[in-house]
Design a protein around this ligand. Structure first.
Ligand code: 13P
Length: 253
């Protein structure tokens, strides 16, 4: 299975910046890597950078979506709108949506389900808060997030679903789970998914790590057997550091 490396730009970026980023990646050789590369840019940028992204061999994703096709939902963006804007991927349940905006597990489930039904590929983000980790609740929290999102989910196949394990205390802090901790959580996640969706689905599922992934720690994290990619925030805002992370994918992938 290909590794998947995502650049989550959050609420950063302009059209010129995104165009430069994509052109620089093309010049660095982005078309020749085997990994799937996805840029999760702010909604407003997506329709304006599609051609440059396609030339660079990079797919586009929305950072969120809404669970209805249309209607009186001020400020929201539907899966169809995202597709029209050029996105093929979306994020569901990023920790900033859960903990800054206040999205519940139920909301995340509706978004994931609808986005997949409408033909987009989804990344379900899960992860524990620092206080949950300190209280020894990491496994309970992450397992709960996964069960809530995946149990009874109708249309998912392991090709169009990815799970990103992003411990919240590691996001934007410079702290990371050790490669050993990431490996342990990823193999637990695969086990839980197997319990919910069966062995074929679980073994085909890609699990990314996210949280302060940088050029100097990416190689160690990505070389763990249960780690199938990375979801990168801060270090994805520049083409040189993002490219260094892409190049850290173990040989042969
Ligand atoms: P940082 O890489 O900035 O810690 O962000 C991680 C993240 O939230 C990716 O979705």
């Amino acid at each position: 299975m290909n590794f998947i490396i995502g650049a989550n730009w959050k609420m950063y970026g302009t059209v010129p910046k995104a165009s430069d980023f994509l052109e620089e990646l093309l010049a660095l050789g982005s078309r020749s890597v085997r990994s799937d590369l996805v840029l999760f840019a702010p909604f407003t940028l997506l329709p304006l950078i599609g051609e440059t992204a396609a030339a660079a061999g990079i797919e586009l994703g929305g950072q969120d979506l809404f669970w209805e096709d249309e209607g009186a939902f001020t400020g929201e963006v539907s899966p169809g709108m995202l597709r029209e804007a050029g996105a093929t991927w979306f994020l569901a349940g990023h920790s900033e949506r859960r903990h800054v905006i206040g999205e519940s597990d139920g909301t995340v489930r509706k978004k994931l389900s609808k986005g997949l039904q409408r033909g987009l590929k989804g990344i379900l983000c899960v992860g524990e808060l620092l206080e949950e980790r300190e209280a020894g609740r990491t496994e309970e929290v992450v397992k709960g997030q996964i069960r809530s999102a995946l149990e009874g989910l109708e249309t998912a196949s392991a090709e169009n679903l990815v799970i990103a394990y992003e411990p919240v205390w590691a996001i934007g802090t410079g702290l990371t789970a050790t490669p050993g901790e990431a490996q342990r959580m990823h193999s637990l996640i695969r086990e839980w998914v197997e319990g919910i969706r069966g062995v074929a689905f679980a073994s085909g599922l890609r699990i990314q790590y996210g949280g302060s992934v940088k050029p100097d720690n990416a190689g160690d994290i990505l070389s763990r057997p249960s780690v199938n990619g990375a979801l990168v925030g801060g270090a994805s805002l520049r083409s040189d550091s993002f490219w260094a992370i892409v190049r850290s994918v173990p040989d042969g992938e």
